[in-house]
Design a protein around this ligand. Structure first.
Ligand code: NAD
Length: 304
């Protein structure tokens, strides 16, 4: 069994596979090269950097490649339907990173509400902005969570402990034992902090119209996917003070996001590192071991 971990893999998982007589290649191959070498592998493991598009699937069909594993949640960089149509299974590791992403979101909320990120930059330039950086507490504020799945829920539990009032909107869930469901527009109207936790969307969920509904001075966080917020509309909302601050981990263009966004003084930004913790990567490695071992069992029983 040959595995290509094109975007890297937790060392413990690599060791486990090697100990079980499976070859793991952790080199990174760019698009064209990947199309050439893909035929040598049975399993491809990727994060968000590698795209499994039609061209790659065409290069892989009829070869040994039977399984693509997305080490993470979002499957938007994989043409899942086309892969399955060509006999290639696709799996992800949905549970491993929820806690890490929720913690990063809280980090952005603190960073924005207390000017931590911008203070770092201005102090390095020798500027002492003590009188300007009067922030707000998270305690007592309303957090509106859009998308109440694994990460949305993990964030709700943490925010509640901090004394925030949590309300949520989800397209497919309209009640919860602990937290209050509100229609989409009500969440936008009511919340002082809004955090997005939906899958990738075809068109932005938050644009000019939605910013118009929000409270003046709202804080918004996107650690879901680039494109869920319309970045042009966000810039307008930041410049007009409608939005007091935006915490971003994901961008319309990755890598190389719009510099106007990243250089904006009211933006706290990170380079898509929601799942980049030792703990999440270890859990992802463990989920991948389970997926691969089940896959090899299936293959053996098909062979018998
Ligand atoms: P999940 O599937 O558990 O939850 C998503 C929720 O969104 C579901 O409850 C679903 O019903 C709801 N939903 C779907 N479309 C919606 C819409 N248009 N409006 C409102 N609700 C909608 O997923 P999750 O594990 O919580 O992950 C959420 C997002 O976080 C995904 O986009 C994922 O790609 C992203 N993510 C980012 C990072 C990172 O590094 N920043 C890491 C992991 C996951």
């Amino acid at each position: 069994m040959k595995i290509l971990a094109n975007d890297g893999l937790d060392k413990k998982a690599v060791d486990f596979f090697n100990d079980n007589n499976m070859d793991v290649d952790t080199n990174h191959y760019e698009e064209e090269m990947l199309q050439t070498v893909i035929k040598y592998y049975d399993i491809l493991i990727i994060r968000s950097a590698t795209k499994v598009d039609r061209e790659l699937i065409d290069a892989a069909k009829g070869t040994n490649l039977k399984l693509v594993i997305r080490a993470g949640v979002g499957l938007d960089n994989i043409d899942v339907k086309y892969a399955q149509k060509n006999g290639i299974m696709v799996q992800n590791t949905p549970n491993a990173s929820s806690n890490s992403v929720a913690e990063l979101v809280l980090g952005h909320m603190f960073s924005l509400s207390r000017f931590i990120s911008i203070s770092n930059l201005t102090m390095r330039e020798g500027v002492w902005n003590k009188n300007i950086y009067t922030g707000v507490e998270l305690y007592g504020k309303t957090l509106g969570i859009i998308g109440f799945g694994r990460i949305g829920r993990a964030l709700a539990n943490k925010a509640e402990v901090l004394g925030m009032k949590v309300v949520f909107y989800d397209k497919f869930i309209d009640n919860d034992d602990k937290y209050k469901y509100h229609p989409f527009e009500e969440v936008l109207k009511e919340a002082e902090f809004i955090s997005l936790h939906v899958p990738s969307t075809d068109k932005p969920l938050i644009g000019k119209e939605e910013f118009g509904i929000m409270k003046d001075g709202v804080f918004i966080i996107n650690a879901a996917r680039g494109g869920v917020i319309d970045e042009e509309a966000l810039l307008v909302a930041l410049n007009s003070n409608k939005v007091a601050g935006a915490g971003l981990d994901v961008y319309e263009s990755e890598p190389g996001p719009n510099p106007e966004i990243c250089n904006h003084p009211k933006v706290s930004c990170t380079p898509h590192i929601g799942a980049a913790t030792e703990e999440a990567q270890k859990r992802i490695g463990e989920e991948i071991i389970d997926i691969v071992m089940n896959f090899t069992k299936q293959q053996k029983s098909i062979a018998i």
